[in-house]
Design a protein around this ligand. Structure first.
Ligand code: SAM
Ligand code: SF4
Length: 483
């Protein structure tokens, strides 16, 4: 189909959907503003009670979230950050899950005013990777040490659902030395239930669709009329449809900088609660990208709603406290020093060694006219791992939950009670061991081995059976070459 015909057909399908979808819009605008108004200048006692509740991992409701949003006293904010870090440690221990984004296409029929890939942007070079190019990129990523990828697609007939399925299968099929990609997550446009089923069948981890902004009026302004992305409802229930199709790890997010961050944080909580209500499972991860400059895209620096670093920190703490079981993803959009600070608030997943230029990993270059926006942390994966370990984190490439079927509502009971540590911590160290043997520089290997020894010292005292089991796995990795 030509681009025009494809777009017209999809538009017609989305319009039909808009008329027939009976789910109620869960973003309660009036209620959100009322809660934000009612909880202004909160009583410190109330704030502390909410923090104590958050520590039980019970999660927070919209009103409690509003109280935290309205907390501005510096001492209380420090208490909030400390509590977020405690909750983070309770649920995730000290591990930091690592992945790499892989952009497969820069062709897009939409015109989101903040995105370098928007169709009208003539400064952007358009490309959709072919089989050979995908293979080159994936081999380069495996050689760096990656095990988890996030595949990113524009919305275009050249990267339709058939292409998505083919490219995902291709990624899984590639073996390079001792390595392979073990989990493929996807960030792409919303699909129909039938299309999601196809993507599910090929074996994806998480499907991400960011709402960008939950504010309906702003949503329609930044996603022009006539575009596939113009329909608020089609996007708002995108991941409800994905869950209907059997994809039970789904991921939400706001692009901060489009509208009032306080409204967006509240709406994110409503989104998580609505998923829990309908499917018994909240979002597997939440992302909080900030608007970054993109080539020939002036809106990215003109928007009045851009948020500063302190606000981003507060947002991360609130998410960690309100939806404790959810993975929080911070990306290389943010500069290195800030990232290191934010990891200590509540982040549990991050990308490292990223290159978002199409074909950039294998060609080792970053063509600005080939990427959606600019990233601010260009450290290599090995440098990233070294500094994360210096800060006390254990970089993890673990994909065991997904491979052992602990997804969706099989995963949540573990995550919600913090028991996940019993799997994640040892598995994290095992994947670190693989990385150290197969890919690490000498200094990273030495530091990593020190961390592993420390882990054993503690585990042998507290959980001798577990320590013995992990020791045996480590031996099999080191001496028998098992991966
Ligand atoms: N095209 C699909 C879509 O829009 O859902 C999927 C991929 S899009 C390439 C991935 C995400 O990048 C978007 O959801 C948006 O949040 C983010 N993004 C777009 N422009 C950005 C910018 N200038 N700065 C930071 N993030 C941006
Ligand atoms: Fe296309 Fe997604 Fe960029 Fe919008 S955000 S222009 S849909 S790639």
């Amino acid at each position: 189909l030509s681009e025009k015909t494809w777009k017209a057909k999809r538009l017609e399908m989305i319009e039909r959907y808009e008329e027939t979808e009976t789910r109620e819009i869960f973003v309660k605008e009036e209620e959100i503003w009322r809660y934000l108004e009612e909880t202004k200048n909160p009583d410190p006692q109330e704030v502390r009670e909410i923090l104590a509740k958050a520590y039980t991992l019970a999660g927070l409701g919209p009103r409690e979230t509003a109280v935290l949003i309205n907390t501005t006293d510096p001492d209380l904010l420090e208490e909030m950050y400390d509590m977020a870090w405690k909750v983070r440690r309770k649920v995730y221990g000290n591990r930091l899950v690592l992945f790499a984004p892989l952009y497969l296409s820069s062709e897009c029929v939409n015109n989101c005013i903040y995105c370098g890939f928007r169709a009208a942007n003539k400064a952007m070079v358009r490309k959709t990777l072919n089989d050979q190019e995908i293979e080159e990129e994936v081999r380069a990523l495996i050689r760096m040490g990656h095990k988890r990828l996030l595949l990113v697609y524009g919305e275009h007939p050249n990267s339709d659902v058939d292409y998505m399925v083919r490219s995902i299968a291709r990624v899984y099929s590639i073996k390079e030395g001792p390595g392979e990609i073990r989990r493929v997550n996807v960030n792409a446009a919303p699909l129909t239930v039938e299309e999601y089923k196809e993507v599910h069948a090929v074996g994806i981890g998480t499907y991400q669709v960011f709402q960008e902004t939950y504010h309906p009026e702003t949503y329609r302004k930044v996603h022009p009329k006539g575009d596939l992305k113009h329909s608020y409802k089609w996007r708002l229930f995108a991941l409800h449809r994905a869950q209907e199709a059997g994809i039970d790890d789904v991921a939400i997010g706001v692009l901060f900088g489009l509208y009032d961050w306080r409204f967006e944080v509240m709406a994110t909580i409503y989104h998580a609660l609505d998923m829990e209500r309908e499917f018994g499972v909240g979002p597997h991860t939440v992302s909080f990208p900030r608007l970054e400059p993109a080539i020939n895209t002036p809106f990215t620096y003109k928007s009045p709603y851009r948020i500063d670093d302190a606000t981003l920190k507060k947002i991360i703490a609130i998410y960690r406290l309100a939806i404790p079981y959810t993975g929080l993803i911070l990306t290389a959009r943010e500069p290195a020093a800030l990232r290191q600070e934010l990891f200590k608030v509540g982040v549990s997943q991050t990308d490292a060694g990223s290159n978002i230029s199409l074909g950039g990993y294998s060609r080792r270059e970053r063509g600005l006219e080939m990427q959606q926006f600019l990233i601010n942390d260009e450290r290599t994966l090995d440098d990233f791992i070294y500094s994360a370990m210096q800060d006390g984190f254990i970089p993890s490439f673990c994909t065991a939950c997904y491979r052992a079927g602990r997804t969706g509502d099989n995963f949540m009971p573990f995550a919600k009670t913090g028991l996940i540590q019993n799997f994640c911590t040892p598995n994290g160290y095992l994947t670190l061991k693989e990385y150290l043997l197969d890919y690490a520089s000498e200094k990273t290997r030495q530091l990593g081995e020190q961390h592993i020894q420390e882990y054993f010292r503690e585990a042998e005292a507290k959980k001798p059976k577990m320590a013995a089991l992990v020791k045996d796995y480590m031996r099999r990795i080191e001496e028998e070459g098992e991966r």
